[in-house]
Write a protein that binds this ligand. Structure first.
Ligand code: FES
Ligand code: MG
Length: 590
């Protein structure tokens, strides 16, 4: 690409800092930015101002590495010819934020849109990492549509416990079962879980954090190879520098999210998600990014585009290894290179490098076939999602590739299963009653949880992967089929039926299900239905009244008033109408 293709166009930041037609306001803007040691010459030097959206803080430990990467990002921006200005992002920490981090994804999105629109910023480095930070940043960039590039903080080093890899999240699910079975005590439980977090960085398994950063790279919104570099590695610092340098040229070339976030880019990302064994949280997040970018994407696309893509990455929870091995095997470029060789990707999709995805991946292949396989010799077939529908919901996701042989044998012969429903009203109800013998939970039960979607929880909680009653676990039954209008942690391998939309509190079909109803799952037809007489079902619907919602904060009320359903990305619906707001300059403030 050429050096400066602006052809005389002014930077938007010059409307603040360098506007001779409005000396009064220019002076007012300059004087205060000067007081933190930017000089007037510098701010009026015809150089772009690059914002750095810092998602790291003490409250957001998964992204804390960005605090230490800032020097390298800023050095890259300076060497590229830009002026860096770092700013904070509302913290989103997946495991620490109550009631859910998902509630805050849209709040951080709103904050980013407002900052990028209202301040003198020409391009932005989006620092990403923990689950919701990545989609929040990409959603904001899509709405504002000024040049933007994603920089992951990277996964933690691999965790180890007694000579075995201990992956984020996955070790918790396993240890919980061992605790119930009495095989470990409380101290060992704590030790096992904490061993999975040995350094700065985000989750080191293929949970939602690694998944969403792979999605950012697959969409073309980061430099090639960004997603998988572990946080403490020197390559991470180099990537921070290169990303800073690159965003300046993107501004000069006016390469915007709308040039990158096309339908082809989303189809590439859907295929990559299946190949990496990616999180069931990716569909709502990608749906949200697509909607803010104005790209036509439907939840059913996850089945039609992605279902038959095989599992090509051997990483927990679907496999054995963790982030360090994935990086050494070549990371996301290795997966995409193998998919590209098999003709699975749109090679012409434009990316943040200024080149097409095809050009970025030329000659790239797996460096370790035990960790990243070829397309033709994968770990498992059909690693994408089934998108189910029926009288209980219009859509719900199921990752059928994680169904164990034993589970398939017990429950899913020929893809059809009928069983008795037991329904819980949220996680508190589940914890209180799961061991209640009067519920009659046996191996022919399907566990349902409702009231845990975007409006209900609020924010949609990761609570659908419910463990069976202790008595069943002791008999060796570690999984029952579970269904709900909430989500599940990307680090869990449970074959749950998730993200049911519409959710029960807005009148979705799950609201009318009773404990004791028979339910039929038909994977061949991608359906799940309650086997209740039509007249009875309609009578229950007619008698139903929506539950009263208790808002604890103003944001909870605002969120619940405007949020849509998970199938549509859980966006603030009114926000999806806004496009390219970076081009609509705000008025002066005095
Ligand atoms: Fe933050 Fe997993 S909890 S990355
Ligand atoms: Mg989670």
């Amino acid at each position: 690409m050429s050096n400066d293709t602006r052809a005389g166009k002014r930077f938007r930041s010059q409307e603040w800092f360098d506007n001779p037609n409005n000396p009064g306001m220019t002076a007012l803007y300059i004087e205060r930015y000067q007081n933190q040691a930017f000089t007037r010459d510098e701010l009026q030097s015809d150089r772009p101002i690059i914002g750095i959206a810092n998602t790291g803080s003490d409250l957001a430990p998964c992204n804390k590495i960005h605090v230490f990467l800032m020097d390298r990002i800023k050095a890259g921006i300076r060497d590229g010819g830009g002026i860096p200005m770092e700013f904070p992002v509302h913290p989103i920490q997946e495991t620490g934020k109550r009631p859910t981090a998902a509630l805050d994804r849209n709040l951080a999105y709103l904050g980013l849109v407002e900052v990028l629109h209202g301040y003198p910023i020409d391009g932005v480095v989006l620092t990403t990492g923990c689950d919701k930070t990545t989609p929040a940043m990409l959603m904001g960039a899509a709405t504002v549509d000024i040049p933007a590039i994603a920089l992951n903080g990277g996964p933690m080093l691999d965790g180890w416990w007694k000579g075995k890899r201990a992956g984020s999240g996955t070790i918790i699910w396993e240890s919980r079962r061992l605790l119930v079975e009495g095989k470990i005590d409380y101290d060992e439980f704590m030790g096992r879980v904490c061993s999975s977090a040995p350094s700065l960085g985000h989750c080191n398994s293929m949970g939602t954090a690694s998944t969403m950063n792979a999605m950012a790279e697959a969409l073309g919104m980061s430099l090639t190879g960004n997603a998988a570099i572990p946080a403490p590695f020197r390559e991470r610092m180099a990537m921070a520098y290169d990303t800073g340098k690159r965003i300046v040229q993107m501004v000069l070339d006016d390469l915007k999210p709308s040039d990158i976030l096309t339908r082809e880019a989303f189809e590439n990302a859907i295929k990559v998600n299946a190949a990496i064994g990616g999180s069931t949280n990716a569909p709502p997040h990608l749906q949200a990014i697509a909607r803010h970018a104005g790209v036509d994407l439907n939840v059913k696309d996850w089945e039609t585009v992605g279902f038959d893509v095989p599992l090509m990455v051997n990483m927990q929870p679907a496999g054995e290894f963790l982030g360090e091995s994935f990086f050494r095997a070549g990371g996301v470029p290795a997966v995409m290179g193998e998919l590209m060789k098999a003709g699975q990707l749109h090679a012409s999709a434009m990316t943040a490098t200024g080149n097409t995805m095809g050009a970025n991946l030329a000659g790239v292949e797996s460096a370790d076939l035990e960790v990243v396989t070829t397309y033709d010799a994968p770990l498992r077939a059909n690693a994408g999602f089934k998108v189910l529908s029926g009288n209980l919901f219009d859509s719900a996701l199921m990752k059928t590739s994680v169904i164990s042989a034993d589970f398939r044998e017990r429950f899913l012969k020929d893809g059809v299963y009928e069983a008795r429903a037991v329904v819980f009203e949220g996680p508190e109800d589940y914890h209180e009653r799961i061991n209640d013998a009067s519920l009659g939970i046996d191996e022919h039960t399907i566990l349902f949880i409702r009231g845990v979607g975007c409006v209900g929880y609020p924010g949609s909680a990761e609570v659908v992967n419910m463990q069976p009653p202790d008595a069943l676990v002791r008999q060796g039954i570690n999984h029952l089929p579970t269904v709900g209008d909430g989500r599940q942690s990307g680090t869990s391998e449970s074959p749950s039926i998730l993200n049911a939309s519409p959710e029960s509190v807005v009148g979705g079909g799950l609201a009318y299900l009773n404990t004791g109803d028979r339910v039929r799952l038909d994977l061949n037809a991608s359906r799940m239905d309650a086997l209740v007489e039509e007249a009875e079902w309609e009578a229950r619907k007619a008698a139903w009244t929506p539950p009263e919602l208790h808002h604890q904060t103003p944001w909870q009320e605002i969120y619940r008033t405007h949020v849509g359903q998970l199938a549509e990305g859980g966006c603030l619906e009114l926000a999806t109408a806004y496009r390219r707001v970076g081009q609509d300059l705000p008025r002066d403030n005095h």
